[in-house]
Design a protein around this ligand. Structure first.
Ligand SMILES: C[S@@+](CC[C@H](N)C(=O)[O-])C[C@H]1O[C@@H](n2cnc3c(N)ncnc32)[C@H](O)[C@@H]1O
Length: 456
């Protein structure tokens, strides 16, 4: 759901709904427990934990069932399932998001041991920085004036520097971060390493870097310096407290696969899924790899242009930056009249407006590729679903391409029906105002039911 949750942790969503049983479903309040684990690291467009709880209840999910989120992002669905004792599976193609989900569902960590280890790593990094005249005192860095003349700041390789957004991190904070990463490598303890690195990813994005999200990722005025170790330890402390609370629930099965959800059978067993709760990407020019670029590069998930390209190729085509010559998903919607009409309308408007850039020329194609990718996903998913499985797809209308309205919910519902799914409902959520058109855009949840193989 495209609610305003970019990088900001759980926030209130103002919405009250009454479902068919008369139950009032209110999104207005973020519960204190919504911060537990979800706050470890969240990225673009995560949906509210409350929404997941609502559908788990509506679909009567219990510890004997298995829930899937095929576009699990940073793991909201899996974390909620685990908190409620319900087994879950996630699929995510972006390695940093998949890593975040995996770490967020691993509560089998000795909290005090984790904290002690992190403090030892912090101490080592601190000593190194102090020796360089770059120590952090009382949670504030000492500024460069004290830097020893001989200290050469650590930097990224030139290939990695080109991958991140320009000026997304200033030289001193970057140096401190690399010193901390060095200490994490030197004192690597596999029991704690993922959690320690995820804490650094969060600290880098929110406290150390120059990034801002409003809602697109951008670069704010550069910070000269930032207290890296203190920011990291603050995240470690939050994680420690959550781990103390949740360790007893660690036995609930949850697994996240780094895979392409257009081919769910590459990781799922046939007839194994009782419910799907997910928010897929939309065709909206949002480049998910850009939003997570800095931490992906720092933690080594993307090391080269080739890595970036293969990551983009594993994503549903939802922006013109990840369209490739050999893409063929559009062939799967060649017979879908409405999607073809939308593509023609976009292309006609492009020509009328005299828009000729390479990206603008791809607007019509990416729209068809997007829906073709979703056909692929929904089609192969059928084999993994148990008869009677419930599905909730959170989507929203879009008008990103030359203001041509794309009713994504209606189109996906139509595609699902043509594949044998039953459309149970399209539930409305608060509307967003499209920045470009000032039109009200619908946020909705497509509720489907899989009746079993008889229909295909
Ligand atoms: C709207 S976000 C989901 C956010 C998620 N609900 C959360 O709470 O964090 C959509 C996700 O789909 C992922 N994605 C895009 N194409 C994919 C594909 N083909 N296979 C798996 N994941 C994909 C993106 O990387 C992104 O993380």
């Amino acid at each position: 759901m495209n609610v305003n949750l970019e990088r900001s942790g759980p926030q209130p969503v103002v919405q009250t709904q009454v479902d068919e049983s008369g139950e009032v479903f209110t999104h207005t309040k973020v519960q204190p427990e919504d911060h537990v684990v979800h706050d470890w690291y969240q990225f673009v467009l995560s949906f509210p934990p409350l929404l997941v709880r609502h559908y788990l209840k509506k679909f009567n999910m219990n510890p004997g069932k298995t829930v899937l989120d095929p576009f699990c992002g940073t793991g909201t669905t899996l974390v909620e399932c685990k908190k409620l004792g319900i087994p879950s599976i996630g699929i995510e193609a972006n390695p940093i998001a998949c890593f975040a989900t995996r770490t967020k569902i691993n509560w089998n960590v000795d909290p005090r041991g984790f904290q002690r280890h992190a403090l030892a790593v912090a101490e080592a990094a601190r000593r190194k920085l102090e020796a360089q005249g770059l120590g952090e005192i009382d949670h504030l860095p000492l500024f460069a004036t004290r830097r020893k003349a001989a200290t050469k700041l650590f930097t990224l390789s030139s290939e990695c520097s080109k991958l991140i957004l320009k000026n997304s991190i200033s030289p001193l904070p970057l140096h401190r971060t690399l010193v901390l990463l060095d200490a994490l490598n030197t004192f690597n303890d596999p029991r704690f390493s993922a959690h320690e690195r995820l804490a650094l990813a969060k600290a880098v994005v929110f406290s150390i870097s120059n990034l801002h999200f409003g809602p697109e990722v951008g670069v704010a005025s550069p910070k000269r310096d930032a207290p890296v170790i203190a920011a990291w330890l603050e995240e470690i402390e939050g994680m420690t407290n959550d781990l103390i609370q949740l360790r007893c629930k660690n036995r609930v099965p949850a697994v996240a696969y780094e895979a392409d959800a257009r081919y769910p059978l590459s990781v799922l067993q046939p007839n194994s899924i009782d419910a799907v709760i997910t928010s897929p990407p939309y065709p909206n020019e949002k480049d998910y790899t850009r939003t997570t670029r800095l931490e992906s590069v720092l933690l080594g998930f993307i090391k080269s242009k080739t890595d970036l390209r293969s990551l983009k190729q594993s994503l549903i085509r939802s922006n013109t930056r990840n369209v490739y010559k050999n893409d063929q998903d559009d062939s799967l919607v060649a017979e879908h009249a409405e999607i073809q009409d939308i593509a023609k309308k976009i292309e006609a408007r492009r020509i009328a407006l005299g828009k000729t850039s390479g990206f603008e020329r791809l607007y019509a194609r990416v729209t068809k590729l997007y829906f073709g990718g979703m056909v692929r996903h929904l089609s192969e998913l059928r084999t993994a679903l148990r008869p009677g499985a419930h599905l909730a797809y959170v989507v929203g209308d879009q008008a990103s391409y030359l203001r041509v309205m794309i009713r994504i919910g209606n189109l996906l519902a139509d595609i699902a029906k043509s594949l044998g799914y039953e459309l149970v409902d399209i539930e409305l959520f608060p509307t967003r105002l499209a920045t470009a058109t000032k039109e009200r855009l619908r946020e909705e949840v497509i509720v489907l039911r899989w009746p079993g193989a008889k229909n295909y």
